[in-house]
Design a protein around this ligand. Structure first.
Ligand code: HEM
Length: 428
């Protein structure tokens, strides 16, 4: 469509109706800076599956009020507290990886990120967490597909996909109600740093607390939004790195010597070249909205195309080339590099996801050798909301032995300064 019509065009999308897709940097910037009264979330959004109290469902002042309450757990020092959980969960999962034969890494990444978010949200282990670990993958898989389907007027029970989803939702609500009751009885709640404990203690400006229904919807939102997106990005990282052995080698050396600059740049480049969410949507709420060259009437959907802006040659020369060095020592422009969306609705968990991806990759590079491949890149596969590598980010790994592990002296020597080592012949 871009090749035919340029960087903006109109499409008819079954659930959103007529929608304008934009990808010009100035227009994208404008959409992200536009005030909530002029353009806000799409009327049909993920709140359809996550519940009316979900951040995705809320708009205007109510969205602002809830978001302010949810920000603290995702900030600075709090994030450092979750790093240990991420490393533990990664080491545990890596121990189950087979050696010397190909397997998809996506299911592993899904287990890692689900366990991390469950522990970050609820704190300690127990029967309820085990039940959620079993229930959530099924519910999120079905919910992601239903997100773009009409909602039936009657509940046909297990005969219909929506009926099955609602039954799972009732199961989720019952488990979360038990967890909330337990937390409310906990006399050391104020010493806990899990997200549920923080939510229970937080207060709106008028001094009131979040209701149980609000907490249940917000927790489901965090569990759903924070799990599959991070896992699919990590599976793409494996897929890309196996096809770029020079980058891979440099990353291993850097991880062994305690550095992180190239790894940071690599995560940015994986997200640029393989954004797991294609686009973010807004709806015109004012009588009209002037976007660049067009005046859009009230109600029109505007889809900001993440995939197209990341593929823009004038912003990212050789845009189809995977080259982490383009981000080495350079911070991305947050209106051009937009895997987390932007503006007042930018992903709440972006810093959390970034920390997670860092620690998972660092741990993986230290524990196993990823065997490079010259197979063609994996194709995109839509899982409903997120786009994953079609073969699940297949890998062949070998456990690192004493002679491939860094010596204690090398680790202690501190961060390396990786050079520009990309071998253009290995880049596709
Ligand atoms: C690589 C991983 C992730 C990607 C690519 C991603 C991407 C996105 C995108 C594109 C949006 C929509 C932003 C917009 O409309 O402008 C979003 C929203 C959101 N994400 Fe993420 N996300 C990731 C990880 C996470 C994690 C780990 C969490 C929570 C722990 C999370 C929680 C949320 C929430 C709550 C919203 C709704 C924000 C709002 O409406 O105010 N995400 N994410």
């Amino acid at each position: 469509m871009r090749d035919r019509y340029g960087d903006a065009f109109t499409v008819n999308v079954p659930i959103f109706g007529r929608a304008v897709v934009v990808s010009d940097p100035a227009e994208v910037r404008q959409m992200f800076m536009t005030s909530r009264d002029v353009a806000d979330n799409l009327d049909r959004n993920l709140g359809r599956v996550l519940g009316p109290g979900s951040l995705f469902a809320l708009a205007g002042e109510e969205h602002h009020r809830q978001r302010r309450l949810l920000i603290p757990p995702f900030h600075g020092r709090r994030l450092a507290a979750y790093e240990k959980i991420v490393e533990e969960e990664t080491v545990r999962e890596l121990a189950s990886w087979p050696q010397g034969r190909a397997f998809p890494t996506l299911p592993s990444m899904m287990r890692i990120t689900l366990n991390i978010i469950l522990r970050a949200v609820f704190g300690s282990e127990g029967a309820e967490l085990a039940a959620l670990r079993e229930l959530l993958p099924r519910a999120i898989k079905l919910g992601s597909r239903l997100a773009v389907l009409p909602i039936p007027k009657v509940d046909l029970g297990w005969w219909s996909p929506w009926g099955r989803f609602w039954a799972m939702r009732r199961e989720y609500d019952a488990i979360v109600a038990r967890l909330i009751s337990k937390a409310q009885r906990d006399t050391s709640l104020d010493e806990r740093d899990d997200i549920l404990a923080l939510m229970l203690q937080s207060r709106y400006d008028d001094g009131s607390a979040m209701s149980r229904a609000e907490i249940a919807d917000q927790l489901l939102t965090l569990l759903a939004a924070g799990h599959e997106t991070t896992a699919t990005t990590l599976a793409w990282a494996v897929e890309r790195l196996r096809r770029h052995p020079t980058v891979l080698r440099a990353l291993v050396e850097e991880a062994d010597s305690g550095g992180s600059a190239l790894r940071e740049a690599t995560i940015l480049e994986v997200q640029r070249t393989r954004p797991v969410i294609d686009l973010v949507g807004r709806q015109v709420k004012a009588d009209s909205l002037q976007v660049g060259r067009w005046t859009l009437p009230k109600g029109y959907a505007v889809l900001v195309s993440i995939a197209l802006i990341h593929d823009n040659e004038s912003l990212f020369p050789n845009a189809r080339t995977f080259d982490p060095h383009r981000f080495l020592g350079a911070r991305p422009d947050l209106y051009q590099w937009i895997p987390f969306g932007g503006g007042t609705r930018r992903c709440l968990g972006a810093a959390f996801a970034n920390m997670e991806m860092h620690v998972v990759l660092r741990t993986m590079l230290r524990e196993v050798t990823l065997v490079p491949t010259d197979e063609p890149g994996e194709r995109w596969h839509s899982r409903g909301v997120a786009n994953a590598p079609a073969k699940g980010g297949r890998a062949i790994v070998r456990r690192r032995t004493a002679d491939t592990l860094p010596s204690v002296a090398a680790r202690a020597a501190g961060p390396a300064t990786p050079g520009r080592t990309t071998d253009a012949s290995t880049i596709s």
